[in-house]
Design a protein around this ligand. Structure first.
Ligand code: S3P
Length: 430
């Protein structure tokens, strides 16, 4: 863990950056490639620690994954039992989706991860997979290690208690090899990347009365997959562009999938227009997103309900923006954030308070008191908890401080955005 000092912005952020490949879609490209018939070529892949964890686990399961730069060639086939425990690193998506893949295979595996991942809830995937016929053992507290013995599965009707794309995807991936039909319904629509990719890979997946309907006994067909840029990574650049006066920052090639568009919706409510250019449509819709600080300044907004699901990973940086919005921004219905790479409600609140912001913590959210003219307190050291999105959110906040801000760990951004500090410097002309 290496500390990083972030200096206040020297001048406006101007220019274009292509954020790295979408993390969710990169995981799925590798996992679906591994179970597909044929050879999948994924381009624009995110080369970062989390996706590397998925690739390493697949290799340990005997899958041929050849990865150079941002391109991976994956040859689908049977999986074999791993010799060791599968190390998912910091990646909840790897652990939960891979458990779904393994549920329908006649082999045993144990999935582990770093200290953060070993604290995260796993019953949410174990429960439906057990109902489908897999044997899934968890540690006391229903956390990892996840020990799975897969085999013959039967499709179920699964009414998910929470909107989670990881849980939904685990059940769909298991359902591919199940006998009978698997049906999944969630309380509100979480990101639909798995559904889009499955259909693009010729899997029959219907929708009826709010249920996803997946007939079992199907195998995806390999195809070329172009991974768009990650809106959750773009969010930090766009937020920085909104906070520093005179900026004109753009993020190219970003997926504008409506199930991920919460950030754009909240920014609109805060008085900041996000301009879309170069729109294109493939498996995912994409666009270049551009922002300039609104003339009248940002205004406070309410962030709650389904909107939270569409902006779940952007809440830390939205809380930073809220500190500069006129009025009090209320974030609610976001208790899930306590179960991410860190307790993001607690540690965003702690970090913002250290920077001089008045924040009230609620069980499911935050109240952030904003002031467009605010200058944050420099000279402080902030705790990132090794959480990539906290580090980047605090890095953006530091641009508006009265002196350098130290992050206890600047390297953890490598989990999802290894080039983040460089891209931020590039936009500042560095
Ligand atoms: C993800 C789903 C979300 C998100 C995570 C990635 C995915 O988690 O927070 O960063 O790739 O499916 P949940 O499914 O737990 O909400």
């Amino acid at each position: 863990m290496t500390a990083r000092v972030v200096s206040p912005a020297r001048g406006p952020l101007v220019g274009d950056v292509r954020p790295p490949g979408d993390k969710s879609i990169s995981h799925r490209a590798l996992l679906l490639g591994a179970v597909a018939e044929g050879t999948t070529v994924a381009r624009g892949l995110l080369d970062a620690a989390d996706v590397r964890s998925t690739a390493a686990c697949l290799r340990a399961l005997g899958v041929d994954v050849r990865w150079t730069g941002d391109e991976a060639v994956v040859t689908g086939g049977d999986l074999r039992a791993p010799e060791d425990r599968l190390d998912c690193g910091n990646s909840g998506t790897t652990m939960r989706l891979l458990t779904g893949v393994l549920a329908g295979r006649p082999l045993e595996a144990t999935l582990v991860g770093d200290a953060s991942l070993m604290r995260r809830p796993m019953l949410r995937v174990a429960d439906p997979l057990r109902r489908m016929g897999a044997t899934v053992d968890l540690a006391p507290g229903d956390t990892a290690p996840v020990h799975i013995r897969g085999g013959a599965l039967t499709g179920i009707d699964f009414e998910a208690p929470l909107a989670s794309a990881q849980v939904k995807s685990a059940v769909l991936l298991a359902g591919l090899s199940a006998r009978g039909t698997t049906r999944v319904r969630e309380p509100s629509r979480s990101r639909d990347h798995t559904e889009r990719l499955l259909r693009a890979m010729d899997v029959t997946l219907d929708e009826a009365d709010g249920w996803l309907v997946l007939p079992g006994g199907q195998r995806p067909r390999a195809r070329a997959i172009d991974v768009p840029a990650d809106p959750s990574s773009a969010a930090f650049l766009l937020a920085a562009g909104l906070l520093v006066p005179g900026s004109r920052a753009r993020a190219r090639g970003v997926t504008v999938n409506p199930t991920r568009a919460g950030l754009v919706e909240v920014l609109g409510a805060m008085g900041a227009e996000v301009v879309r250019e170069d729109e294109a449509d493939d498996v995912e819709p994409t666009a270049t997103l551009g922002v300039t600080p609104p003339a009248g300044g940002l205004v406070a907004a309410m962030l709650g309900g389904d909107l939270v699901v569409r902006a779940i990973d952007e809440v830390p940086v939205l809380a930073v923006l809220a500190a500069f919005a006129r009025g009090t921004t209320a974030i609610r219905d976001a208790a899930e954030l306590r179960h991410k790479e860190s307790d993001r409600l607690a540690f965003v609140a702690r970090g913002l308070r250290a920077l001089g912001v008045d924040v009230t913590e609620h069980p499911d959210g935050l109240d952030v008191v904003g002031d467009p003219a605010r200058v944050l307190r420099g000279g402080v050291t902030l705790e990132t908890r090794g959480d990539h999105r906290l580090a980047m959110a605090f890095g953006v906040a530091a641009l508006r401080a009265d002196g350098p801000v130290t992050l206890d760990d600047g390297e953890c951004v490598a989990v999802s955005y290894p080039g983040f500090w460089q891209d931020l410097a590039t936009l500042q002309g560095g």
